[in-house]
Design a protein around this ligand. Structure first.
Ligand SMILES: [Zn+2]
Length: 299
């Protein structure tokens, strides 16, 4: 072993160097791999995905305005204008793609040298919240400031929503079917999936993704056994295909409370057992399903 780790490369020819390096590299990563599964997650792994990486896109259709689009996503128009450059004072055009954040706020370019603490003082939002919402980077550059009142020195709005506080299962699991349009493999027809299917064994406890009031417990078409939790401020989460319930209608729940158990009731879109999880926002045309991934802190 002597000499193996000390200066092994210098006496080698280029081809030998490459070969030796590849062997050391591959043996090191294959050895480390099982340990990496056990290792503590790093700070950046624990950190939520930054809001500016969780924007969904909206294609403008004829007759829509910035105001109507903002209302559709339960946002104020300034939020939509703030993350889409060049919108101010101009009507939107059909076919135009807009970026939509999961909650109200403004995107700003941080002045050189400004810290999270400086931003916190200026906008009245806790610095740890700003740090987390923006992906836990040390030096803020282009950031999203959550809230509705963005003039420095003003108080933040009453609605401090910055995403769901919890996750609907005890551990973060793989998504078997994502939100959005999909092609049904047998028929070739496209269908819209209004939530995400999170893979989990039948019987796994299903948890309230945030605090609120249980407003529906029952059987509902394709959803099968369904629980709906209302979180206030025009926000709901839905939990479908449950095997049984763990809550009653009208009950107040805290984030993490068991509200049911994973099952296969209704008409699931994929065969593997899963939780169908939806996030809905109240719009003038009724409840609109948004991509839950932009509301979940851990993806
Ligand atoms: Zn589903």
């Amino acid at each position: 072993m002597k000499g193996y780790f000390s200066l092994p490369f210098f006496p080698l020819k280029k081809s030998e160097f490459r070969e030796r390096f590849a062997i050391i590299f591959l043996s090191t990563i294959s050895w480390l791999y099982p340990f990496s599964l056990l290792a503590q997650p790093s700070l950046s792994e624990l950190c939520p995905t930054p809001v500016l990486s969780r924007l969904q896109s909206h294609r403008v259709v004829s007759g829509e305005t910035i105001d109507s689009i903002a209302r559709q996503y339960n946002l104020v128009p300034q939020t939509v204008i703030g993350v889409n450059t060049g919108l101010e004072g101009r009507p939107v055009q059909p076919g135009q793609e807009l970026l939509i954040p999961p909650f109200n706020g403004i995107k700003i370019t941080v002045p050189d040298g400004a810290t999270w603490q400086d931003l916190s003082t200026a906008y009245g939002i806790r610095s740890d919240v700003l740090f987390e919402v923006n992906g836990c980077v040390e030096t803020p550059k282009v950031v999203f400031i959550p809230g509705v009142n963005w003039q420095p020195g003003q108080r933040p709005s009453q609605d401090n929503y910055i995403g769901l506080r919890g996750y609907p299962l005890p551990t973060v699991a793989q998504v078997g079917l994502s939100y959005g349009w999909h092609i049904e493999p047998n028929t070739g027809e496209s269908f819209f999936h209004g939530g995400i299917d999170i893979l989990a064994e039948e019987g796994t406890p299903v948890l309230a993704a945030d605090g609120g009031e249980v407003v529906y417990v029952g059987q509902e078409g394709n959803y099968g056994f369904l629980v709906i939790v209302d979180h206030g401020n025009g926000r709901q989460t839905r939990y479908g295909h449950l095997s049984r319930f763990g809550t009653r209608i009208g009950q107040s729940v805290q984030v993490g409370d068991v509200i049911g158990y994973v099952g296969t009731t209704g008409r699931p879109d994929i065969l593997n057992p899963h939780l169908h999880f939806e996030v809905r926002f109240k719009s003038p045309v009724g409840w609109v399903a948004q991509d839950p991934q932009i509301h979940l802190k851990l993806n």
